[in-house]
Design a binder for this molecule. Sequence first.
Ligand SMILES: Nc1ncnc2c1ncn2[C@@H]1O[C@H](COP(=O)(O)OP(=O)(O)O)[C@@H](O)[C@H]1O
Ligand SMILES: [Mg+2]
Length: 180
Amino acid sequence: MTNLLDLSRIESGTLRPQREWHDLPTLVEEVLKRLEPLTAQHRLVVDLPADLPPLFVDPVAIGQILTNLIENAVKYTPAGSEILIRATPQEGEVQIEVADRGPGLPPAALGRVFERFYRVEGPGPRPRGTGLGLAVAKGLVEAHGGRIWAENRPEGGARFVFTLPLAAAVEVAPSAEAHP
Ligand SMILES: Nc1ncnc2c1ncn2[C@@H]1O[C@H](COP(=O)(O)OP(=O)(O)O)[C@@H](O)[C@H]1O
Ligand SMILES: [Mg+2]
């Protein structure tokens, strides 16, 4: 789901998440299994607390968000470096991060990488891409009532964080759930 039509539909709200109850560890496990060929050259560290509450989410969308972030972590960082996938329960939400040990982002790019087609310019050749992966991730996160942002890690590397509201914080208006 990385084409412009899908992105437009996510942003306009016509592609609504099909939410059900899911355990995050199961969703993460499925994504990592599917991405095994891609991540084989990196060291994956998965840190998911045992007491995470179930999430009311669209499993395909969460899979897509994680996939886009992990694909980037693989693509923009050296082979052999570590990629951390961590979830932290917070007040009313769960924070999920994909953090790497690559070059990080120029400060000016931190707020812009979620724009469609935005790609960081570099002196040398860069990995192929469309510049849509993070825009799609942002659209899907926001369709779940969450937020997403990018940071540089003090010790080096980039960190992409998104939040998903816990059930009590999710608005489940009957009209909003109905599909025309
Ligand atoms: N983990 C990362 N480390 C460094 N730069 C990144 C990382 N993830 C994304 N970027 C930068 O953000 C840009 C936008 O990412 P994305 O929307 O996924 O598009 P694409 O990967 O197709 O270029 C990338 O082109 C890259 O410049
Ligand atoms: Mg990408």
